[in-house]
Design a protein around this ligand. Structure first.
Ligand code: CP
Ligand code: NVA
Length: 310
């Protein structure tokens, strides 16, 4: 079905329809092929993407900047402290001013509501490049990677082991929109937010996904097609790092744990990984690991997102 994403913002996967998600995957696949074969694909010739980063980044920064360049446009980076936002210029004023110069804004920041507000006052598309609540571009690239590896999404078992953080939230949205069964194992006090689990349960009514939020990592990983983890302390939580290491100790994805998954399971991680904490080298570097394909797909999927929105 043809859908029109032009002019829209991408703040949460939960705002997308199933058709829109599949349209993103189709274009991602075609752009990936064109890049491989050297076919010109300047879908955003002369357009400018502003990229606002209040937190560090390797993958998001590089993949968006290279992506807009490959599409024939340019990216403009604003680090923490570069904009007058830092000196209390309001988000609505910033949104209105940037809309007069740019064709799109990608933003990575702390408070999710700041991104919602930026999108509300901007007249150009705003793309969420991670907030404390969500990381939608990562999860769209993750689902695209699963589709490449497993040739389907519906009915697969996805196990997420660890912190109920921004990754767990967007994975709940993404899996429940696309019919993937998701089992999340997190310690008490670190489970995904109820509001997000409710979104997923609602989506599951039409997609058929099974959603499970539990304590036991072994139960989550049992017969899983995909095993996923993320850091125990996210950006902004560095001071809790030692405390979290103790709490999450039994949630490490290691050789013992993945024995419970299907033999042909794939291991995924949004990266950066804290090797030796949430995942061991043995798993991250095993033949089942697809972490670098996953990182590469950020480029192809975000190019599709930019091309459809901008
Ligand atoms: N996965 C991810 O978003 O990585 P960066 O923090 O390096 O952008
Ligand atoms: N949960 C991690 C994801 C990094 C891509 C963080 O927010 O730091």
């Amino acid at each position: 079905m043809a859908v029109n994403l032009a002019g829209k913002s991408l703040i949460s996967i939960n705002d997308l329809t199933q058709e829109e998600i599949w349209q993103i995957f189709e274009l991602s696949s075609s752009l990936k092929f064109k890049l491989m074969t050297g076919e010109e694909h300047h879908l955003l010739r002369g357009k400018t993407l502003g990229m606002i980063f209040s937190k560090p980044s390797t993958r998001t920064r590089v993949s968006f900047e290279v992506g807009i360049y490959q599409l024939g446009g340019i990216g403009m980076y604003f680090g923490p402290g570069d904009l007058q936002l830092k000196r209390s210029e309001s988000i609505p004023d910033t949104a209105k001013v940037l809309s007069r110069y740019l064709n799109g804004i990608m933003i990575r920041t702390f408070d999710h509501q700041d991104v919602v507000e930026l999108a509300k006052y901007a007249s150009i598309p705003v793309i969420n490049g991670l907030t404390d609540l969500l990381h939608p571009c990562q999860v769209l690239a993750d689902l695209f990677t699963i589709l490449e590896k497993k040739k389907t999404l519906k009915g697969l078992k996805f196990a997420y082991v660890g912190d109920g953080n921004n990754m767990a939230h967007s994975l709940l949205h993404g899996c429940s929109k696309t019919g993937v069964n998701i089992s999340i194992a997190s310690p008490e006090g670190y489970k995904p937010l109820k509001q997000i689990v409710d979104n997923a349960m609602e989506n599951a009514k039409s997609s058929g996904s099974k959603i499970e939020i539990i304590d036991d990592p072994v139960k989550a990983v049992k017969d899983a097609d995909i095993v996923y983890t993320d850091v125990w302390a996210s950006m902004g939580q560095e001071s809790e790092s030692d405390k979290r290491k103790k709490i999450f100790k039994s949630y490490q994805v290691n050789s013992n744990l993945v024995k419970h998954a299907k033999e042909d399971y794939i291991f995924m991680h949004c990266l950066p990984a804290h090797r030796g904490d949430e995942v061991t080298d043995e798993v991250a570097d095993s033949p089942n690991s697809v972490i670098f394909d996953e990182a590469e797909n950020r480029l192809h999927v975000q190019k599709a997102i930019m091309a459809l929105l901008m």
